[in-house]
Design a binder for this molecule. Structure first.
Ligand code: PMP
Ligand code: GLU
Length: 389
């Protein structure tokens, strides 16, 4: 059967594919240690589950407004108004089926053929295909030479008359880097000067480690905020990956246009999931900090274990739950990080994601959304497999 050109060009999400492969191998009884999954291993907190169950019991099982229930939009506004010092109202918010869906709606609404969108690499795997579906061209800035952090000078160099916007994801998936406030302020000035839109994917902003501070461009002031679209979600902050709730906050005309698009595709995100999400934003938040600390302890452990592996070197992540070491010291032997990852799966029974799909072919990604026991066991196996040859 003929497949349309747009869809023929789409590759399966490699992060989801690796997670599926690990689950398949485990189901066959194989003792695989999975560092592939980009999802917290923690369960969704009980109060959130109970709020969703109550919503079902109360008959909140029908369509809701396309862009989400107003109470949830208001709760999102309360968070950004307090944390970013913004002045948003429900008309500035749309709730979609996961942050992935928020980004998809946003890219289709903002970008089109002929537009260039600046994307710092290493980048999250789904940005380039989503931009391409919209017809836009990702313009990649390689940050491997600047310590995996984007600089304002790099942005300046990438600008052309076709530049329409830039994607900022800090803390970053896959690097865990938190971009410097000073550079972000300079980047914001460039965006104003060149009339560029800013997509600020802040999905990991609650997972930040000691010594680092999250800074969102939207908090600089109204002149930047009005050209910024903030992406947030329930998946990472509240361990709700399966619930599929994401948010976009920004200019109300664009939000209304995204809502029109959503009305012709998914309609509203699942009704009772929205009530669970409402509880996540309005209930006790203390678990978020407690679990961020656990992630930090795992980060420390994983970084020290990665440093024992020959040919691997790492800049410690400052947030999120990924380690992204360079494996340049093993490329001569294996030919590529992709081949190294296959070797590790076959020989050490450890799954990692090769860097190529993040735009860094001499790196691999490890998720530390797993137990300390798994981190120790998995990295010991890798070290042994690479030492033995
Ligand atoms: N942005 C980034 C940077 C991500 O890593 C992810 C993947 N979890 C998403 C957005 C989408 O998350 P979700 O669709 O689960 O809300
Ligand atoms: N974003 C997560 C990851 O990078 C989840 C998988 C996905 O949505 O691609 O692994």
């Amino acid at each position: 059967m003929r497949i349309s050109k747009v869809v023929s060009n789409i590759q399966e999400s490699p992060t989801l594919a690796i997670t599926a492969r690990v689950n398949q191998l485990k189901a066959q009884g194989k003792d695989i240690i999975g560092f592939g999954a980009g999802e917290p291993d923690f369960d969704t907190p009980d109060d959130i589950k109970e709020a969703a169950v109550k919503a079902i019991k109360d008959g909140k099982t029908k369509y809701t407004p396309v862009g989400g229930i107003v109470e949830l939009k208001q709760a999102v506004c309360d968070v950004v108004n307090t944390e970013y010092g913004m002045q948003t109202a429900p008309a500035n918010v749309i709730v979609s089926c996961g942050a992935k869906h928020s980004l998809y709606n946003l890219f289709l609404t903002l970008f089109e053929a002929g537009d260039e969108v600046i994307l710092p690499a290493p980048y999250w795997v789904s940005y380039p295909p989503m931009l391409e579906i919209a017809g836009a061209t990702p313009v990649i800035i390689d940050t491997r030479t600047t310590g995996l952090k984007l600089t304002a000078d790099q942005v300046k160099e990438a600008i052309t008359p076709r530049t329409r916007g830039i994607i900022i994801n800090s803390p970053s998936n896959p690097t865990g880097m938190v971009f410097d406030k000073k550079e972000l302020i300079k980047i914001a000035e460039i965006c104003i000067e060149h009339d560029m839109l800013i997509v600020s994917d802040d999905i990991y902003n609650k997972i930040i480690f000691s010594g680092s501070e999250f800074f969102s461009l939207a908090s600089i002031g109204p002149e930047v905020a009005e050209r910024t679209f903030i992406i947030k979600g329930a998946s990472k902050t509240f361990y709700m990956t399966g619930w599929r709730i994401g948010y976009c906050i920004g200019n109300k005309d664009v939000i209304a246009a995204m809502s029109r698009l959503q009305s012709q595709s998914t309609s509203n995100p699942t009704s009772f999931a929205q009530y669970g999400a409402l509880q996540s934003l309005t209930g006790d938040q203390s678990i978020v900090g407690v679990r961020a600390k656990i992630f930090e302890e795992r980060r420390n452990l994983m970084v020290s274990k990665i440093r024992e592996v020959p040919g691997f070197s790492i800049i410690p992540p400052e947030g999120a739950f990924y380690c992204f070491p360079s494996v340049a010291g093993q490329i001569d032997r294996f030919g590529s990080a992709t081949k190294l990852a296959s070797f590790l799966l076959d020989k050490a029974q450890v799954a990692v994601v090769p860097g190529i799909d993040f735009g860094a072919d001499d790196y691999v990604r490890f998720s530390f959304a797993t137990s300390e026991a798994n981190i120790i066991k998995g990295l010991d196996r890798i070290k042994e497999a690479l030492t033995q040859g």
